[in-house]
Structures are given as structure tokens and as C-alpha cells.
Write a protein that binds this ligand. Structure first.
Ligand SMILES: N=c1c2ncn([C@@H]3O[C@H](COP(=O)(O)OP(=O)(O)OP(=O)(O)O)[C@@H](O)[C@H]3O)c2ncn1[C@@H]1O[C@H](COP(=O)(O)O)[C@@H](O)[C@H]1O
Length: 105
């Protein structure tokens, strides 16, 4: 695990999520030997789904340790794997945004 200090100046969540989702989409046709994302997209469905549960558990453990850097790191793993799930099941990042925006009052 490579937990490090985050540079918040690097952060723009909209651009980051769009860029990452586009990269993940582009791995649909990539070789699973060359790309972990391609392996998740093309491999066993349950392997990907189990990974989401595992990463969610790691976020919870980091929270129980009250370790901010570790929480952020594991949240990154969870969000990445969640985006891979969305790609695999054909839910676009714009649809996710629409879902969240519809809840705003
Ligand atoms: N954001 C990620 C990303 N986050 C996590 N991971 C991988 O997810 C796996 C997480 O597994 P584990 O939890 O077992 O490993 P860990 O996090 O090292 O250790 P622990 O959390 O268990 O302590 C590791 O293999 C990470 O490399 C990611 N792999 C890829 N990406 C993005 O996807 C792009 C395409 O990557 P490729 O699929 O390699 O082409 C990359 O450029 C990145 O932008």
C-alpha cells in the first residue's frame, strides 16, 4: 500500500472522475495481461464485485483507525473499483451525476 500525503491543489473531482472514467472505458478492448482494469472488465463478474466489498471494508477499517491518509487512500481504491463496476454494467458517469444532481434540493 502506497499511502502518501495528498496535494489538494491537484484536485478537481469533476475532471478527475471524467478522466478516470474515460480511461476505464478505453480499457474495454485492452489486453487483460497488460491492464488490471481490462482484467476486471473482462474477467469473472464475481471477482470485480468481491473487490468492491473488499475495498469498502478497507475504508471502514481505515476509519476505525481514524487515519485520514489511509481513509483517503482506500477511498481512492473504492471509487476506482466502483467506476469499473459502472463501466462494466453500462452506467455512464453522466448518469451517475444525473442521479446525484436529482437528489439536490
Ligand atoms: N485508479 C486506479 C487504481 N486504483 C487502484 N488500482 C489497483 O487496484 C488494486 C487494489 O488492490 P489491493 O487492494 O489488493 O492492493 P493495494 O491497494 O496495493 O493494497 P491494500 O489496499 O490491500 O493494502 C491494485 O492492483 C491497484 O493497482 C488501480 N488501478 C488503476 N487505476 C487507474 O486506472 C488506470 C488504468 O490502469 P491499468 O488498468 O493498469 O491500465 C490507471 O492509470 C489509473 O488511473
Amino acid at each position: 500500500m502506497g499511502v502518501r500525503t495528498a496535494n489538494v491543489q491537484d484536485g478537481n473531482i469533476g475532471q478527475t472522475m471524467e478522466g478516470l472514467a474515460a480511461t476505464i472505458h478505453g480499457r474495454r478492448e485492452a489486453s487483460p495481461e497488460a491492464s488490471y482494469t481490462a482484467k476486471l472488465l473482462q474477467g469473472e463478474e464475481d471477482s470485480l464485485l468481491k473487490k468492491v466489498i473488499e475495498e469498502a471494508g478497507e475504508v471502514v477499517m481505515a476509519c476505525k483507525d481514524n487515519d485520514r491518509d489511509h481513509i483517503r487512500y482506500e477511498a481512492g481504491d473504492l471509487v476506482y473499483h466502483l467506476l469499473v463496476v459502472l463501466e462494466r454494467y453500462g452506467v455512464t458517469i453522466d448518469e451517475l451525476a444525473g442521479e446525484l444532481n436529482a437528489r439536490m434540493k
